[in-house]
Write a protein that binds this ligand. Structure first.
Ligand SMILES: [Zn+2]
Length: 124
């Protein structure tokens, strides 16, 4: 089952787009630190694959599914769930949801290699 999540926010500053289809997926203003860690950081998955991600408080128009797991999570107490571009379906990263009441209640970790960043649009 596909769910549309994080619809809405844009904000000021640069934007992040899907590398597959250029769809807007996040505002750079929503890049945030989680657990005091730098927002851009490389994690390693259980297969030894390096995953450079950027953590975001909110995203725009991504498609998620209802599968989630706390197994091998990079953020203790958070379950992960895969998310993809809502337009082209490219896998973009994960949504993390708190399971033990911590703040924030949820956030996103998107793979940097699947994103294209753009500077803020200049005033017309
Ligand atoms: Zn896309």
């Amino acid at each position: 089952m596909l769910l549309f999540i994080g619809l809405g926010r844009t904000g000021k500053g640069g934007t992040l787009h899907c590398a597959g289809c250029e769809q807007l997926v996040a505002s750079a203003a929503d890049i945030c630190r989680i657990m005091g860690r730098p927002p851009r950081r490389t994690y390693t998955n259980p297969h030894g694959v390096l995953c450079p991600i950027v953590t975001l408080a909110a995203v725009i128009g991504l498609a998620g599914d209802d599968y989630s797991s706390t197994e091998h999570t990079w953020f203790a107490g958070y379950a992960w769930s895969p998310v993809a571009c809502g337009r082209c379906g490219l896998f973009l990263g994960w949504r993390f949801e708190a399971r033990t009441g911590q703040e924030p209640g949820s956030f996103f970790g998107l793979l940097e290699e699947r994103l294209v960043s753009r500077p803020a649009a200049s005033p017309a």
